[in-house]
Design a protein around this ligand. Structure first.
Ligand code: ZN
Length: 240
């Protein structure tokens, strides 16, 4: 089975459409949370994922948009965007967002937005944090997002190595336990403004990371029209 692996779409429809086109053909879409927040088209993104039959988990921005968690830990721009997003959501969009659990297991893969031990909030930025999380899931592999930075943490003989993938990097899923992050679709933060995602092939047992250009100006224009914070508009073309 070929699976489009995406995270942190953040209401960016142009980026999502570009990624899904680039990853075709695929049999399923797995999403790792933060479908909404920051971006201008939360409902259209939800509809697209729903029609693609996406299965996944909810992120901190999704939970905040649903009113489940306080936005007191969000910075001002993020809070403004989440509050705007809440006002946009239709009852059907709320229902779909709320149908995503905080973590789930599909076959050999545990899903969590942030980390398996703290699904909504922890950022897995380092090998030491990855080390602290390998006992928090029992499947061979764990899929995370949240940092908006593509990475793989793999355990070899008790050591954790970090692999920083580029466009086209292929990792073999050879039974060594690993935590995989496809990067962010809707707001990349590694200095490369192209949307990030990955393709998981469960027959070949590989994951292939991809970077996909999209029309950033289209999303920025929609953000301007929605009155979203300028800092969020600017950062899309900076990739931070
Ligand atoms: Zn996010």
């Amino acid at each position: 089975m070929r699976i489009a692996l995406i995270s942190d779409v953040h209401g960016n429809l142009a980026a999502l459409d570009a990624v899904l086109s680039a990853l075709e053909p695929f049999d399923a879409v797995w999403q790792l949370g933060d479908v909404v927040g920051y971006g201008p088209e939360p409902v259209a993104v939800i509809r697209r994922l729903q029609s693609a039959g996406a299965v996944g988990v909810r992120g901190n921005h999704d939970a905040a948009a649903l009113g489940e968690i306080s936005t007191e830990w969000f910075n001002d721009a993020a809070r403004t965007a989440v509050e705007w997003t809440t006002g946009q959501l239709t009852p059907a969009a709320v229902e779909w967002l709320a149908s995503n659990p905080r973590s789930r297991v599909e076959g050999d893969f545990t899903f969590a937005h942030g980390s398996p031990r703290d699904p909504l909030w922890e950022y897995l930025f380092s090998t030491s944090l990855a080390r602290a999380n390998v006992d928090a899931f029992t499947s061979p592999y764990c899929l995370v997002g949240h940092t908006h930075v593509p990475v793989a943490f793999r355990e070899t003989d008790g050591r954790i190595e970090a692999i920083v993938p580029r466009d086209g990097t292929v990792l073999e899923l050879d039974g060594r336990r690993a935590i995989l992050n496809p990067g962010g679709v809707g707001q990349p933060r590694d200095g490369d403004p192209r949307a990030a995602a990955a393709l998981l092939d469960t027959d070949a047992r590989t994951v292939t990371w991809r970077r996909v250009p999209y029309q950033i100006s289209v999303t920025q224009q929609a953000m301007r029209a929605a009155g979203l914070p300028q800092r969020l508009i600017d950062r899309l073309e900076q990739g931070f």
